[in-house]
Design a protein around this ligand. Structure first.
Ligand code: CS2
Length: 482
């Protein structure tokens, strides 16, 4: 029997062993200035850490966490007075209790959420709702056929989608004559600020042209690039945190030591001073975002889909597979990097070196199956943009298409075994993956493949060959060593 430990709360903070960090401010005396949608592990490990350090100098910027779908995280945080432990697992592991959460709003608490969005103290709305949470269609504009958007177009009752909530919140501000909040999406999508702005304007325009124009003129939307490898919290992490802290923490998170946040320099000056806690505020987020998505996330997805076919479980295992690691490094250096324009002062080769070193971090167990989620949402930005850039420049695409074919194989193997895949397009993907010609059917899914690629006979040919070759282990070996 494990000892029963007391729960981490404000009341038990004082019982933490000396080596565990804790808020250097009074967590009971902070004001909420940021409202965040999607309090998942990544957000708690990343933004939570930046804001926690900001609160040491300015107590106005604590976070209200809003969860639209599941109350699991918000319930746990409420039971712990918003406190949770961040375990930084790297060469020198360190744990620190974060106090940045000032309140939580779970599903079903729409009135509370509406009131918070209307509260003038909230100056910034941030989000980590994954790519699919923005309800964008194939051309990256708001998907008016998405069931949540269809519902929100009624403008009756509480919204369902994030975009619907932003519109409703801004409408309330305008009606009350209060200054709007700024919007800062923090998901792995290129130009995320501009895309969310376009989606918000599209929905607002259906409600009221005056509201649309007011938002267009008054509200700042900033793009951002976020980076820190954050494996999902599991029982092993909670045990480890419990052993180290002596307290029961059910909202603990883990990440590597590296963390980066690049934010577009358009946020109002009266908002949180993110630069003071190490956020890079710049005019060229797009350059950073593209490099990160295509290098780090592209390599991650390649390791995930090919690695799973080779029977690996974690990024570390996949990197220890010399043939696979060599292949993915060659793909990144020879096929991805030539398609990128680096922001001034950013050395792409050094960045690639650093990313592969991070993937080899022995202290992190990052499951390939976690990275393989939502492939339909991730592939376009992570791999297919590189394929398009290579095609345009007349460079070969064979290597770049191997992970895409591996994703197709992953889908067809799952369909054949009756194994569900986690993806908002799961039904369509299953149907296509079991068609007579799965490659052609999958290429026809237009939110994933842009017409220039789907209609490109050379792309189709390369994919078909790779898809067939990936059917068995010997074929995979051969493909990786080409
Ligand atoms: C990963 C990312 O799960 C995934 O798809 O590629 O979450 C990755 O770990 C982060 O973007 C790193 O910043």
């Amino acid at each position: 029997m494990k000892p029963t430990r007391e729960r981490l709360t404000r009341a038990t903070l004082a019982a933490l062993p000396e080596e565990i960090g804790r808020p250097a401010y009074d967590p009971a005396a902070i004001g909420a200035g940021v409202l965040h949608f999607g309090p998942g592990a990544f957000h708690r490990a990343h933004q939570g850490d930046y804001i926690d350090r900001l609160l040491e100098q300015d107590a106005r910027w604590a976070i209200i966490e809003a969860s639209l779908r599941s109350g699991q995280v918000t319930d746990r945080l409420i039971e712990q007075d918003g406190l949770y432990t961040l375990a930084v697992l790297d060469r020198e592991p360190a744990m620190r209790v974060i106090g940045a959460v000032a309140g939580c709003i779970g599903p079903g608490q729409e009135d509370t959420l509406a009131a918070r969005l209307a509260d003038p103290a909230i100056r910034l709305v941030t989000s980590t709702v994954t790519e699919k949470g923005y309800c964008l269609g194939g051309d990256a504009t708001l998907d008016f056929a998405h069931p949540d958007i269809v519902q929100d177009l009624g403008f009756a009752g509480p919204p369902r989608s994030l975009i619907g909530w932003i519109v409703a919140g801004l409408a309330a501000r305008r009606a009350a004559g209060t200054a709007p909040f700024a919007v800062l999406p923090c998901d792995n999508m290129p130009d995320n600020g501009a895309r969310v702005r376009a989606a918000v304007l599209a929905l607002a325009g259906r409600r009221d042209a005056g509201l649309r124009d007011w938002i267009a003129g008054e509200v700042r939307f900033a793009s951002s690039m976020v980076d820190s490898i954050t494996p999902a919290s599991d029982a092993a992490l909670l045990d480890r945190v419990g052993d180290a802290t002596g307290l029961d923490d059910r909202a603990a998170v883990q990440r590597e030591a590296f963390a980066q946040w690049v934010v577009e320099d358009v946020l109002p000056a009266d908002g949180p001073d993110l630069a003071s806690v190490g956020v890079a505020v710049t005019g060229d987020v797009a350059g950073y975002e593209r490099a990160k998505l295509r290098i780090l996330n592209g390599a991650h997805s390649a390791l995930a889909y090919v690695g799973l076919l080779r029977g690996h479980e974690t990024v570390g295992d996949a990197m220890a597979d010399a043939a696979l690691a060599r292949f993915v490094e060659a793909m990144v250096r020879r096929d991805v990097v030539p398609g990128l324009d680096a922001p001034a002062g950013f050395d792409l080769d050094d960045y690639v070196d650093a990313v592969f070193a991070r993937f080899r971090n022995p202290a992190i167990r990052h499951l390939l199956s976690q990275i393989a989620w939502d492939g339909s949402q991730k592939l376009p930005y992570r791999l297919l943009d590189s394929v398009q850039a290579a095609r345009k420049a007349g460079r070969p695409v064979d290597r770049l298409l191997v992970p895409v074919a591996a994703w197709m194989r992953f889908l067809s193997d799952a369909a054949a075994a009756g194994r569900p895949v986690t993806d908002p397009l799961a039904d369509r993907l299953r149907e296509a993956a079991t068609a007579g010609d799965p490659v052609a059917a999958l290429l026809g899914i237009d939110p994933v493949f842009p017409a220039v690629l789907a209609g490109d006979p050379m792309v189709r040919g390369v994919l078909q060959r790779a898809f067939a070759t990936l059917a068995d282990g010997a074929g995979i070996d051969a493909l990786l060593s080409e």
